[in-house]
Design a protein around this ligand. Sequence first.
Ligand SMILES: [Fe+2]
Length: 247
Amino acid sequence: MNRRSFLTRTSTAALAASLTPALSKLSAATATTPAAAGATYPFAVSPLAYDFAALEPHLDAATMKLHHGKHHAAYVTNLNAALKDHPKLHGQTVEQLLRQRETLPAALQPVVRNHGGGHLNHEFFWQIMRPVGTAGAGGQPGEKLAAAITAEFGSFEKFREAFNAASLRVFGSGWSFVIVDHATKKLKITTAPNQDGELYQTDRTCLLACDVWEHAYYLNYQNRRADYLKAWWNVVAWDIVTRRFAA
Ligand SMILES: [Fe+2]
């Protein structure tokens, strides 16, 4: 099993398992988040491993509820509807669909790109956040990841500034990411428009992702994306990100 396959098969289960120390603020009903990695048609939105209000005051409950229950759910509904009459594709994971999307029937290609990409990005986004005050949330990366960040960006603070600046440069809707490039072994900050992204790529490992669509912050922050980004660092689950770096 290569590195990417391993990460794909284990990431969600490992991430869900790693949330268990934070039970004080997690929803008991969702503490055993089902593994989405490896899932095939019909796709489903995984329940959050924390309450909608658990990320307040940084991410408000109303936004989380709409974002998870409406926006993410719509991507899944649309993806499933488009795949319904393509039974030969029902054994494919969303990562596999995204990798081969240019070989799919023409009508499916934009659906897989936008709605499949949206499903994959959001599944990851929910999992690399956790409530403030729980283990790993909003703190610092682990020792080796911290050293890699310092080597690449000068300091943790400069890294966050660079990430925020890149996120602010995303025109319209999109995402910002931190990846490890497998060829160079270096950390890199990237951005993608709409629901494109890094999570299905086989030559890199995605450590971190931030949703900079307005639906991720507009209710609470209106047009102030910079304020949303500043607050978002408080709920980043650094223990999970560090574990992905070490994998
Ligand atoms: Fe989103």
